[in-house]
Write a protein that binds this ligand. Structure first.
Ligand SMILES: Cc1cc2nc3c(=O)[nH]c(=O)nc-3n(C[C@H](O)[C@H](O)[C@H](O)COP(=O)(O)O)c2cc1C
Length: 194
């Protein structure tokens, strides 16, 4: 039996906790017709994107990507990772600044992306890094499948170990031994015409 895993959407300053659907066991092929293997295509064509427009993608697309994240495999099915979906500009900028501070640099480590999906996992679960990393992988692939750009941005661990990072988690009502695994930035890709 699956336990409920959490997606926390930071929309404006509102906080919405969304429960993911339970995964049901696959007992028969999804389709009898051979499908074009879009999974393989997505795996082979996803690339990290480092230039974005300001436009925030529709919330239902963000939620769908998060949902794909919650379907990642986890060690012993402990499902400890959580995803914080940040679309609020103020919060996004605050996290960007904290991330830059870890590097001792100025500038925006999120490359202008309007959305950040922060993955944290419970350090009491011994596979938490692997579990959180698989969630990150799902998020990036799902973003690509939905026509959005993404990139793993590191230093989530250091950000949420800092006093201000802890303060953000407290403001969002997140309690427990959560460690930052990664930030998946999301948005529409800027294409250059040659
Ligand atoms: C654990 C991890 C941390 C990463 N951190 C950053 C980062 O902080 N900034 C960045 O621009 N890219 C980061 N990346 C993206 C990698 O640079 C990128 O995946 C790699 O260059 C391969 O490119 P591709 O994703 O287009 O295949 C990270 C990737 C991983 C897996």
């Amino acid at each position: 039996m699956k336990k409920i895993c959490s997606i926390i959407l930071v929309v404006g300053m509102a906080l919405i906790a969304v429960s993911c659907q339970q995964k049901s066991p696959v007992t028969e092929p999804v389709s009898e017709e051979p499908q074009i293997n879009t999974t393989m295509e997505d795996l082979l064509t996803r690339r990290s994107v480092r230039q974005y427009t300001n436009e925030v993608p529709p919330m239902e697309v963000i939620e769908e990507i998060c949902k794909a994240g919650t379907y990642a495999a986890t060690g012993m099915n402990r499902q400890s990772p959580i995803i914080i979906a940040v679309t609020n500009r103020e919060m996004r900028d605050r996290m960007s600044q904290l991330n830059a501070q870890v590097m001792g640099r100025e500038g925006d480590p999120f490359y202008g992306a309007p959305v950040v999906l922060v993955v944290l996992a419970d350090k009491n679960v011994h596979t938490y890094v692997e579990d959180g990393s698989l969630v990150m992988g799902n998020l990036m692939l799902a973003a690509h499948a939905k026509g959005l750009g993404s990139c793993w941005i590191h230093r989530a661990k250091e950000v949420f170990e800092s006093e201000e990072g802890k303060q953000i988690l407290a403001e969002l009502g997140i309690e427990g031994d959560y460690v930052g695994v990664g930030n998946c930035i999301l948005g529409y890709v800027v294409y250059w015409v040659k």
